[in-house]
Ligand binder design. Structure first.
Ligand SMILES: O=P(O)(O)OC[C@H]1O[C@H](OP(=O)(O)OP(=O)(O)O)[C@H](O)[C@@H]1O
Ligand SMILES: O=C(O)c1cc(=O)[nH]c(=O)[nH]1
Length: 183
């Protein structure tokens, strides 16, 4: 899908400046790597967040979905940015949060926000490495009766997420790759 290339370049610049951390780090999967993309520093930043919302809406413009969200917490500001970008265009998009475990008090929900049962939804992620986190969200959404139309992530590290997600029958797109961030 067509995305605004000037906005994408500006986002890549911001992510490189704000979020790329070089050095030995342990990842969510337990593997080690030589760099980390601490994307919360961009998804929660005033200039980068609106670009993320706008660009992810453009990247998924041909997908039909009424709500977006993913596994807390990396996905949360991404989904909210998309919701606000949609609203700015006069479009309706709701958001949800998939908890890592079902809440044990209150409403005892695994998925917070709008009711996803019977809805077409988009699973979102901030950074994808193995794809395990967003696939956890996909599984929870399916168990809740939602139809996951696709997965979209802001940064893809080219380490197997695409293959793992597509193996589950879900289309996958990313906004920024390693080349965009000079990694
Ligand atoms: O593709 P994966 O191998 O699953 O790795 C990527 C995940 O790792 C990070 O989250 P993390 O597990 O650090 O948890 P957090 O969102 O609670 O900080 C990131 O926000 C992604 O969700
Ligand atoms: O695999 C991860 O845990 C991971 C990698 C990365 O670059 N950024 C992130 O937030 N998580």
């Amino acid at each position: 899908m067509l995305v605004d290339q000037n906005a994408k370049s500006e986002l890549a610049r911001l992510v490189s400046e704000l979020a790329v951390v070089r050095g030995r780090v342990v990842l969510s999967s337990g593997k080690e790597a030589d760099y980390y993309v601490d994307l919360r520093r961009a998804t929660l930043q005033h200039a980068a967040a609106p670009l993320i919302g706008k660009l992810l809406r453009q990247l998924t413009a041909d997908w039909d979905y009424v709500a977006a969200g993913g596994l807390t917490l990396g996905a949360d500001p991404v989904a909210c940015a998309m919701m606000h970008a949609a609203a700015a265009q006069g479009d309706v998009l709701d958001a949800f949060v998939v908890r890592k475990a079902t809440k044990e008090h209150g409403m005892q929900r695994r998925i917070e926000g709008i009711e996803v049962a019977g809805q077409r939804v988009l699973a979102v992620e901030d950074t994808s490495t193995t794809g395990s986190s967003v696939l956890t969200a996909v599984q929870a959404l399916r168990e809740a009766g939602a139809e996951v139309v696709g997965v979209v992530t802001v940064v893809d590290r080219a380490t197997g997420a695409k293959e793992a997600i597509e193996a589950q029958g879900v289309p996958y797109r990313h906004l920024l790759g390693l080349d965009d961030l000079s990694l």
